[in-house]
Design a protein around this ligand. Structure first.
Ligand code: NAD
Ligand code: MG
Length: 415
């Protein structure tokens, strides 16, 4: 028997006007003063009923961390730099603030693995973030991973630790967060099992996508850091300009989604509106789109599996009008080729790639080498990389140290 239509009309569907009520979550933000850290705190500030800050960490910027302590009242603030920690302590004491200031790498790990912590935002830049990110993983936390370098360095050991300790790993890198959103829930059983054919990893192409190749030798750090679509820290901005960032992201995607470089295609998409795509065996291609604003992946991962407001404005698809896609130019971006090579070569090559790149980018930012010499330094360090897999984190650290030495020697020969 059909139900009377009238009853449906009399009971209008209630639109949810409030966001899902979550239990209070305690969060540690590693790298709070950086671009990702600041965006994370911006999202948290919109949901103060849901999130409390347990700890904020930073390297040297005590004045910025002081302001964040006043605003977010963390239980702990950790500064890697001891003299910066002293200054922060002094400023907090002047206003009788209760946040306790700690220092050192062990303290960064302590605040990542503390019992009270539910969520850890891993947003330290570079290899410096490895230990604390791994501490969060080993403590079985919900880990929001921005620090892609730790996964590039220690991929297998990192992913094994996620499984062993039952951590929940959610990608913050906009591309990987997009891929995650386009994957079926059971993708961990294997991409071929769930009908995924390939991943399409999008890249803006950075500020030098169309520059004359002859001009690249003369570009300044400021020009390299002027990304057309994103405001980010200096290291990742230079990585975007050389496209090493996309190489690191290719490796990151292989570890996160348990796949090989052959199943990840890099696509240049200058508008940065499509954040990446997943193609299925039936020909369906799912894309995640939105304005280029890191608060979207941060809010997605923070609230997962729920959704919360992020402060990001609606995508104006009419104003966007065009979405362009093109193949990457490996001649223009030799760092991208080197990363693909390292991904095929194995674990130690990826450690060397990352370490040499960090040293070369720092040298470029100090104007000790030219922009196009970054790839030369990485290439030299990669030539001598071992071909095996690291068996533990100490081996990763040793290979990281040795690659840094090789990179420094290569730099001294260039200058
Ligand atoms: P950033 O340079 O703006 O900030 C880095 C943070 O790490 C700062 O808080 C700094 O104090 C801290 N830090 C630096 N060196 C440290 C050290 N030796 N010990 C302890 N702390 C240290 O960098 P960012 O742009 O926020 O990037 C952070 C991470 O997120 C990187 O791994 C980057 O690749 C990744 N990421 C960033 C973006 C972005 O939009 N900024 C997007 C995707 C991924
Ligand atoms: Mg990215």
């Amino acid at each position: 028997m059909q139900e009377p239509i009238q009853e449906h009309i009399q009971e209008p569907i209630q639109e949810p006007i409030q966001e899902p009520i979550q239990e209070l979550q305690w969060i540690t933000v590693l790298g709070a003063t950086g671009s990702i850290g600041v965006n994370t705190l911006d999202v948290i500030s919109r949901h103060r009923d849901c999130y409390r800050v347990f700890a904020l960490t930073a390297n040297t910027q005590f004045d910025k961390l002081f302001e964040q302590c006043c605003e977010y009242q963390p239980v702990y603030a950790v500064m890697s730099d001891e003299s910066a920690a002293d200054k922060l302590r002094q400023r907090l004491a002047e206003i009788n603030h209760t946040t306790q200031v700690l220092t050192g790498e062990r303290a960064q790990c302590d605040v990542a693995e503390a019992d009270r912590v539910d969520v850890v935002m891993a947003a330290i830049v570079g290899a410096a973030g490895l230990e604390a990110t791994l501490a969060a993983v080993r403590a079985g936390k919900k880990v929001l991973l921005a620090n892609k370098e730790s996964l590039v360095m220690a991929g297998q050991l990192f992913m094994d630790a996620v499984t062993e300790h039952g951590a929940v790993l959610l990608p913050i890198d906009s591309e990987h967060n997009a891929i995650y959103q386009c994957m079926p829930g059971d993708y961990r059983s294997g991409l071929s099992q769930v009908g995924v054919r390939r991943i399409l990893l999008t890249a803006s192409g950075g500020p030098f996508r169309e520059a004359a190749l002859s001009e690249l030798a003369a570009v300044t750090p400021d020009q390299a850091c002027a990304h057309p679509n994103w405001r980010m820290g200096k290291k990742i901005s230079v990585d975007s300009a050389t496209m090493m960032n996309k190489g690191l992201e290719l490796i990151e995607a292989c570890w996160l989604f348990d796949t090989t470089p052959d199943h990840v295609d890099i696509v240049i998409h200058p508008q940065s509106v499509v954040h990446s795509m997943v193609e299925y065996i039936d020909g369906s291609v799912l894309a995640q789109m939105g304005n280029p604003d890191m608060r979207t992946p941060i809010a997605h991962a923070l609230a997962w599996p729920d959704r919360i407001q992020s402060g990001v404005s609606s995508l104006d698809i009419i104003a966007t009008a065009r979405l362009d896609f093109e193949a990457p130019d490996y001649e223009r971006f030799p760092c991208l080729s080197l990363a693909v090579q390292a991904a095929r070569q194995g674990g130690m090559a990826m450690v060397s790639l990352n370490a040499a790149n960090e040293v070369a980018v720092a040298a470029f930012l100090e104007e000790a080498i030219r922009f196009n010499q970054i790839a030369q330094v990485v290439e030299v360090a990669l030539e001598q990389a071992e071909n095996n897999e690291p068996r533990d984190i100490d081996e990763v650290k040793r290979a990281d140290f040795e690659a840094r030495q090789r990179a420094l020697i290569a730099i001294s020969r260039l200058t």
